[in-house]
Design a protein around this ligand. Structure first.
Ligand code: UD1
Length: 429
């Protein structure tokens, strides 16, 4: 089992470039099976993170060839022969549900395991299923497996009850090869949806409207290959901004799309952090932190739920009180108990967390319960007095490429160690 050991109290200082977005990469990798080209698809700016390797394993298990080298993926779909994702791979990554839409569109059938619950709540997939059924798929459950089939999907008008990111993506990927027009109303507006649209259109799809609440898709007969560069990871960028701010440091983030972080920049400024916005950069200078009255996580362009845990770590050291309402996920406060081990003052009632700023955090042994919770604990450890040991860091490796190397470069004292104990495996977004 690996752990991160952090000696807190070092001010971060320097600059970093941000790699591609995990949440763009995963659906785009899944969408590759829609191609009927014998040539390679090339994906650029791909982060070397655990989730990328898991998705590559899943594609390979279906007969797809995947090669990864230096942030570039080459994918060849010619050998695609299977429509079944094994239970084991499905358990490793809940996002494998993304393959339902594209496999159904391409092979007319798909068999997956029910993705079930995870550490941040039950995470149902009803919207994915309802949308696929509207497109003409027949979905049945058989001994814990879900089997969906359709000879050819047909365009439909779909209204999502909630702008689910995953459901929007799954339905976009299913609809691109459907017969006729599809309209998805109340679609998610996240930048990763726009990225998926741009990728699919580069392969020959006909999709308009990504970034708004209405997507219009005209089905085409087939998709080809392309070379595509994915957008920078706004959540990784936000995590580093907060890492610099929590240590009272300075950081220049390069190769990002600042507008994707508007809500984050606004809340960090409210908390007293100075941020300069450049064309493709953000520069943060930490100072005296103050509490923010109410922060509510929301679908884009609201404050992202994936940065709720990291900003909570920051606010534990702000002067005064802060309130955070988690409105996207039902149960996403598991980091609270861990932050309390570092002597943060937080109480939770339902989906609301009340944070009373403390003068200092103190190093302790803590456990990453999910990806972003893990990042939050690293941030708290960077600011805490003494040593913090974060265990179960497999979660962190799912979404951050060489987190400790980046932080070391900025002056943090952080090290990865290997211990004998075995970790508890759990998955999350
Ligand atoms: C994606 C992101 C994740 C982020 C989340 C919200 C990826 C790989 N993951 O997850 O990092 O935290 O968006 O921005 O892109 N819901 C239903 N029924 C459904 C689908 C969703 O009730 O069929 C609910 C979920 O339980 C949750 C909310 O909708 O409460 C948002 O989920 P969704 O937007 O689907 O998130 P994911 O796509 O799973």
């Amino acid at each position: 089992m690996e752990k991160l050991v952090i000696e807190g109290g070092k001010r971060l200082d320097g600059s970093l470039s941000i790699k591609g977005a995990k949440n763009s990469m995963l659906p785009i990798m899944a969408a590759s099976v829609l191609s009927s080209s014998s040539k390679d698809l090339e994906l650029l700016n791909i982060p070397d993170i655990l989730d990328m390797h898991v998705m590559a394993n899943i594609l390979q298990s279906l007969g797809v060839k995947v090669k990864y080298k230096k942030n570039k993926l080459k994918i060849n779909v010619q050998g695609l022969h299977s429509y079944t994702i094994s239970d084991e791979l499905m358990r490793e990554m809940r996002s494998s549900i993304f393959l339902m839409g594209p496999l159904l569109a391409r092979l007319g059938k798909v068999r997956v395991t029910y993705p079930g619950g995870c550490s941040i709540g039950p995470r149902p997939v009803d919207l994915h299923f309802k949308g696929l059924e509207a497109l003409g798929a027949e979905i049945r459950e058989e001994k814990g497996h879900i089997i969906a089939s359709a000879t050819r999907l047909r365009g439909a008008e779909i209204h999502l009850d909630y702008p689910s990111v995953g459901a929007t993506e799954n339905l976009m990927m299913a609809a691109v090869l459907a017969k006729g027009k599809t309209v998805i109303n109340n679609a998610a507006k996240e930048p990763e949806i726009v990225d998926l649209q741009n990728f699919l259109n580069a392969m020959g799809a006909d999709i308009r409207g990504a970034g708004t609440e209405t997507l219009r898709i005209v089905g085409v007969e087939g998709l080809g290959n392309c070379t595509y560069r994915i957008i920078p990871d706004r959540i990784v960028a936000g995590t580093y901004l907060m890492a610099a701010a929590i240590t009272g440091g300075r950081l220049l983030l390069k190769e990002i799309i600042p507008v994707h972080l508007d809500a984050v920049v606004a809340k960090m400024r409210e908390a007293g952090v100075e941020i300069k916005v450049g064309e493709d950069s953000l520069e943060v200078t930490g100072g005296k932190l103050r509490g923010v009255e109410t922060l509510r996580t929301l679908p884009y362009p609201g404050f992202p739920t994936d940065l709720q845990a990291p900003i909570m770590a920051l606010l534990t050291l702000a002067e005064g009180n802060s309130t955070i309402i988690e409105s996207v996920f039902e149960n996403r406060f598991r980091h609270v108990d861990e932050l309390k081990r570092l002597k943060a003052d937080i109480s939770v009632e339902g989906r609301t967390a009340y944070i009373k700023g403390v003068k200092k955090l103190y190093g302790a042994e803590v456990e990453a319960t999910d990806l972003r919770a893990g990042a939050a604990l690293v941030l708290a450890g960077l600011a805490a007095e003494g040593t913090t040991v974060v265990s179960n860091i497999k979660h962190i490796d799912r979404g951050y490429e060489h987190l400790e190397a980046d932080l070391q470069k900025l002056g943090a004292k952080i090290q990865r160690i290997v211990t004998e104990e075995s970790g508890v495996s759990c998955q999350r977004c």
